[in-house]
Design a binder for this molecule. Structure first.
Ligand code: C2E
Ligand code: CA
Ligand code: CA
Length: 357
């Protein structure tokens, strides 16, 4: 398979490097990459069970791309990062223009690796209020990362990097554990929001042991499963609809709720929605932000709320910033709301004060 004199080395974790000493043309290296990827397209048999492993490859060349071993490795890293971002089982050839965009992403990836052990991650909680009487009913946990090396970095920036690098699995588990621990603390103090939601990435939800993970964290912290809400996006459910439907069904049996996040931006069909029957829909903030006296009547928002009512689901609006938006949503019969107008995301202790108020 490999050319003569080639070397294979494990760099740590699941990273390997292949050094091919002499290639007459770049296409030869690409042929080797294709061979390796093809070998991974079939399952491996481990203890009589079939295991699937995928691979991504980044290619770079001496001396065109870099002249020192460490620079070559860095170029390969940039290229493999691109390959992963494009999907599974692909290779990408390094080029200098890849550098700039991924430099920051690579730094994020490297730093995020150690963020958990360095205790740089935390959760903020944003309150959700009943539209009817403005009572605090729930909270959404939002990940925060105060990186020593990069400064405060928002989840919109680091979650996508965590997703392509697989780091979203340990990060997501960490968030789930913290949320449940916080619920247990609040339950003990006697002041607890009715529900606490946590965002779940598509990759996390697709994991084979996702349900075991939920089950064990509930057991560990001994919390009432009815308090926990998992926020999933339409696209993460639609990835493998049958599998998702089965998982959501089991979650319901356990008592854990599912909310569809950013609703309206994806493409879930009405029949799939009816069958999945999530507990609630969260209207994406882009729709809420367009509710203004100067804008046409917000037909989509009205329709989503109507849909939730007729399917017997709760509907939550997020990103409420103005009184006009609040008033309109209340008129439409939206059940609950969340947004800067009502309360910004707060650190655990500050949220505790809000609970006691
Ligand atoms: P999201 O789930 O849609 O979260 C709502 C975002 O809207 C949060 O941004 C929140 O701070 C922000 N927000 C709240 N009120 C308002 C408002 O009135 N106006 C506007 N313009 N924005 C408002 P944040 O905290 O930056 O989170 C961004 C995204 O990162 C989240 O979007 C979610 O998709 C993801 N994320 C956050 N925490 C986690 C997590 O623990 N796990 C995963 N997988 N993703 C997370
Ligand atoms: Ca959310
Ligand atoms: Ca959202």
């Amino acid at each position: 398979l490999l050319l003569r004199g080639s070397m294979l080395a494990r760099m740590g974790g699941d990273e390997f490097t292949v050094v091919i000493p002499e290639v007459s043309k770049p296409e030869d290296a690409e042929t080797v990459a294709r061979h390796i990827l093809r070998a991974f397209s079939r399952p491996f048999e481990v203890n009589g069970r079939e295991q699937f492993v995928s691979a991504s490859i980044g290619l770079c060349f001496y001396p065109e791309d870099a002249k020192t071993p460490s620079d070559l490795l860095r170029c390969a890293d940039v290229a493999v990062y691109r390959a992963k971002a494009a999907g599974k089982g692909l290779f990408r050839r390094y080029n200098a223009s890849m550098n700039r965009a991924t430099e920051r992403q690579l730094r994020i990836q490297n730093e995020l690796h150690r963020a958990i052990e360095r205790e740089e991650l935390s959760l903020d909680y944003q309150a959700q209020f009943s539209m009817e009487d403005r009572a605090l009913t729930g909270a959404e946990a939002l990940l925060r990362w105060n990186s020593a090396a990069l400064g405060p970095t928002g989840p919109s920036e680091f979650i996508p990097v965590a997703e392509t690098s697989g780091l979203v699995i340990p990060v997501g588990k960490w968030a789930l554990d913290r949320v449940c621990r916080q619920i247990a603390d609040w339950e003990r103090s006697g002041r607890v929001p009715i529900t606490v939601a946590v965002n779940v990435s598509a990759i996390q939800f697709a994991e084979r042991d996702f349900l075991e993970c939920i089950w064990s964290v509930l057991q560990k912290h001994q919390i009432d499963p009815y308090r926990l809400v998992l926020e999933l996006t339409e696209s993460s459910i639609m990835r493998d609809y049958e599998e998702s439907a089965a998982k959501i069904g089991i979650l319901r049996q356990i008592g854990v709720s599912v909310a569809i996040d950013d609703f309206g931006t994806g493409y879930s069909s009405l029949s799939s929605l009816e069958r999945l029957h999530p507990d609630s829909l969260k209207i994406d903030k882009s729709f809420i932000q367009r509710i203004a006296p100067s804008e046409p009547r917000p037909a989509i928002v009205k329709a989503i709320i109507g849909l939730a009512h007729s399917l017997g689901m709760r509907v939550v609006a997020e990103g409420i910033e103005t009184d006009y938006q609040l008033k309109t949503l209340r008129e439409f019969g939206c059940h609950a709301g969340q947004g800067y107008l009502l309360s910004a995301p707060l650190a655990g202790e500050a949220f505790q004060e809000l609970l006691s108020a």
